[in-house]
Design a protein around this ligand. Structure first.
Ligand code: 5RP
Length: 218
């Protein structure tokens, strides 16, 4: 698994050029990419600036020697992981960073998804993740049930009570299918009042899949 994640990250590294503003996603696969980008900058004496999608990635980027900047406009390329690679969409949000990820990934001229082969297994399922305003979470739960999803409030592992995101919101993990056209479903979820963002990502440039021996693009 580790090699597969590393190989996916290595595949994305080839697309980073000198002077680029690079959107840095979140998660363990992206963490490999961040580390590799820092090493590439030193080895090849190239410069790059990162736009981070979570506090976690900000810490990793600084550790890797990548300067970070706020999202001010132009992002040349964004590299980010996924929990599921489906047909014409990916599902994200396992790390609860989906809102900033979607902002940065969609703002980028080119958005590359990196994932180990297990994420593309058609037998694998993952919930549709929603970031919601705490005040509205029970109302949103009712609304997503009407769409055939079964929501659950995400609770912390080393903290009592709900997970609170980097944007001070709650997370709902909603079991069920992405219905109809992924792009439409993504929009339908976001018009529920109280939903900040959802984990259906229907827009990307390419997906790089890593396995034990290398990587390939789909
Ligand atoms: C965080 C995410 C991550 O990209 C996703 O959970 C994949 O993580 P990992 O690379 O650790 O499997 O969406 O919100």
């Amino acid at each position: 698994m580790t090699a597969a994640k590393e190989n996916a990250a290595r595949g994305a590294l080839e697309y980073v050029e000198d002077g680029m503003v690079v959107g840095l996603g979140s998660g363990t696969t992206t963490a490999y990419f961040v580390e590799m980008l820092g090493a590439k900058m030193k080895d090849e004496r190239i410069s790059a600036v990162g736009v981070v999608t979570s506090f976690d990635t900000e810490i990793l980027a600084k550790k890797a020697g990548i300067p970070v900047m706020p999202l001010e406009g132009k992002v040349d390329i964004a590299i980010d992981g996924a929990d599921i690679v489906g047909k014409r969409y990916v599902l994200k949000g396992g790390g609860g960073a989906l809102t900033r990820e979607k902002i940065v990934d969609y703002a980028a001229e080119k958005f590359i998804v990196i994932a180990d082969e297990g994420k593309a297994d058609p037998g694998k399922s993952y919930p549709v993740v929603l970031e919601v305003v705490p005040f509205a979470y029970q109302y949103v739960m009712g609304e997503v049930r009407k769409l055939g999803l079964e929501p659950e409030l995400r609770v912390g592992g080393k903290k009592l009570g709900p997970v609170v995101t980097d944007n001070s919101n709650f997370i709902l993990d909603c079991r069920g299918e992405v219905k109809g056209e992924p792009e439409e479903f993504e929009k339908i979820l976001n018009v529920i009042p109280g939903v900040v963002e959802n984990g259906v990502f229907s827009k990307y440039w390419k997906i790089i899949i890593g396995n034990e021996t290398g990587h390939y693009e789909i």
